[in-house]
Design a protein around this ligand. Structure first.
Ligand code: G
Ligand code: G
Ligand code: MN
Ligand code: NA
Length: 252
């Protein structure tokens, strides 16, 4: 398709950029940021990652994209730390296809070293579909990332693919509750469900991030459920580095 052709030909430095979404703790302090990819094609206009990441995965173009994202995000990490402190954690989304690649661990390590970053500053987000086919290679890769000292998050929990079993098997550092789950829960009387999920995660020594926090009610509910950190439009939309610096300065 056309998306595939444009992806194949593009120079990522010209058409891709990263925006950052701050993640805060219960006191409202920024603990980290999630890098999110934006593509502006001169021919197709703005294309969202939900549209092009699956196409990149099915056409073998994911490594080109993921490696660009990893390098760019790590090169911005020093500035994030300057804004929010040296302990700031940078979360990077990795395509589920890339998680099966032999070369990922070494690329991450080399890139972190080049940008003088400790692996514990980097949080690798395993997206929802990663667990659908659990191959030996995937397991090895995840163990390798953990041994190298990178943090691991399970993204989009509650969106439909990740099961309680995966939480137990992978023992990631963090679980990110999907925006859809958060929205549905506030619509019903399911605080008790949320509390049970958070309790399970805490029992496995995992922190819980509530995503899609776009109203004070959602923030209150997630806080009542015991969530550790929060991310969403109520705190900030995804911002360019420059806009993030302004946000950091003007925030009360
Ligand atoms: O917030 P946004 O519309 O950018 O994100 C939509 C989805 O696209 C997210 O759920 C995320 O999993 C995926 N995504 C966003 N940025 C990246 C990226 O840099 N790499 C990969 N592989 N996926 C991304
Ligand atoms: O990585 P992930 O699959 O979680 O992608 C998050 C997606 O949800 C992105 O498209 C992002 O722009 C969007 N998003 C993040 N926070 C909020 C929010 O608080 N409200 C709404 N409506 N959308 C959000
Ligand atoms: Mn994510
Ligand atoms: Na998500």
């Amino acid at each position: 398709r056309q998306i595939q052709e444009e992806l194949r030909g593009l120079d990522p430095d010209e058409q891709f950029r990263l925006v950052y979404m701050p993640i805060v703790n219960v006191r409202g302090q920024v603990t980290g940021c999630e890098a999110l990819l934006r593509w502006h094609s001169p021919i197709l206009g703005a294309v969202t990652p939900d549209e092009f990441v699956p196409i990149a995965e099915s056409s073998g173009l994911f490594t080109k994209i993921d490696w660009w994202v990893i390098n760019k995000a790590m090169s911005d990490c020093g500035q994030l730390k300057a804004l929010f402190g040296q302990d700031t954690v940078l979360a990077i989304n990795i395509s589920s296809a890339e998680l099966h690649s032999h070369a990922l661990g070494d690329y991450l390590s080399d890139c972190a070293a080049r940008h003088q970053l400790e692996p514990q500053s980097i949080d690798i987000e395993l997206t929802e579909t990663f667990a659908v086919k659990i191959s030996d290679q995937l397991r090895q890769n995840i163990d390798e990332l953990r041994h190298k000292g990178f943090r691991l998050s399970i993204d989009d929990f509650g969106a439909g693919y990740t099961s309680i079993q995966q939480i137990i098997d992978y023992a990631a550092d963090t679980i990110k509750l999907d925006r859809a789950l958060v929205t549905n829960l506030t619509a019903s009387h399911s605080l008790s469900v949320l509390k049970a999920v958070v309790a399970l995660c805490h029992a496995k020594d995992m922190a819980v991030i509530g995503e899609g926090v776009d109203t004070p009610e959602k923030l209150a509910m997630l806080t009542a459920a015991g969530c550790d950190r929060f991310q969403g439009y109520l705190i900030s939309k995804p911002l360019s580095l420059d806009d993030l610096a302004i946000w950091a300065l003007t925030r009360t």
